[in-house]
Design a protein around this ligand. Structure first.
Ligand code: ZN
Ligand code: ZN
Length: 228
């Protein structure tokens, strides 16, 4: 090591480009291969793969591909990750708005009036889809199904058991006798959220009766965006 930065592997500049010119001022609006600035007869377009990197010609894009290939995949992955993050936030906001309805339905669905400890073995899973049009958080999604599953048989069982353990804190905070898990799953978006909800004996006495049409009531409330 002699302290000189390595020069090999650095991309050669196009002879027409001026490294001290406009290009260095607005590198973001240059062809990423020849550094020609957009405008004045130069039309830049984005790489179709990642929709990020700019080129001035098919030829520049082709020549840049060996070095862009990896970055292109990285760009694609990060845009996918940010979509997932946004969808997850949407799901979280939706479940927060409807937490009272979800709790009420889950108390009935899990038949907690028979034995409230069933909340340790079963969870309510609500399958949701995103609405095509933009809407307020409580209407941003709609429910297509709601079913009770044994936690044992659910995917991501470890996450669920972890959420269940952290429920103990919630129980103390909300003065609940126990807490249950509601899972909102959006398979098309590849995201899901686990929402632990604490319940009291009063809740069970009020809502837990057998034969409660919890499913139709739940779907109606979620799909009409009724916030209880
Ligand atoms: Zn170019
Ligand atoms: Zn690309």
């Amino acid at each position: 090591m002699d302290g000189t930065p390595p020069t090999s592997g650095l991309r050669k500049r196009h002879p027409e480009s001026d490294p001290k010119g406009e290009c260095s001022k607005s590198l973001a609006f240059c062809c990423q291969f020849c550094f020609k600035v957009g405008g004045r007869g130069v039309t830049l377009f984005r790489c179709k793969g990642c929709d990020v990197t700019l080129y001035c010609s098919k030829d520049c894009q082709k020549q840049d591909w060996p070095s862009h290939k990896e970055k292109c995949r990285f760009n694609q992955r990060s845009s996918q990750a940010s979509c997932e993050k946004e969808d997850k936030e949407l799901l979280t906001a939706f479940s927060a708005k409807h937490s009272y309805t979800l709790l009420k339905s889950a108390v009935s669905a899990l038949s907690l009036s028979e034995d409230w400890r069933r909340c340790n073995d079963y969870a309510l899973v609500v399958k949701v889809k995103k609405r095509a049009e933009r809407a307020r958080p409580e209407k941003a999604l709609y429910a297509v199904a709601a079913e009770v599953f044994a936690i044992e048989n659910l995917p991501r069982k470890d996450d669920l058991l972890f959420a269940q353990r952290s429920n103990k804190e919630l129980e103390i905070r909300t003065d609940s006798i126990g807490s249950l898990l509601v899972i909102l799953s959006a398979p098309e978006l590849h995201v899901g959220v686990i929402r632990p909800l604490g319940f009291t004996t009063d809740f069970i006495a009020q809502w837990g009766g057998p034969g409660t049409p919890w499913k139709s009531e739940l779907l109606k409330a979620l799909n009409e965006g009724i916030v209880a």
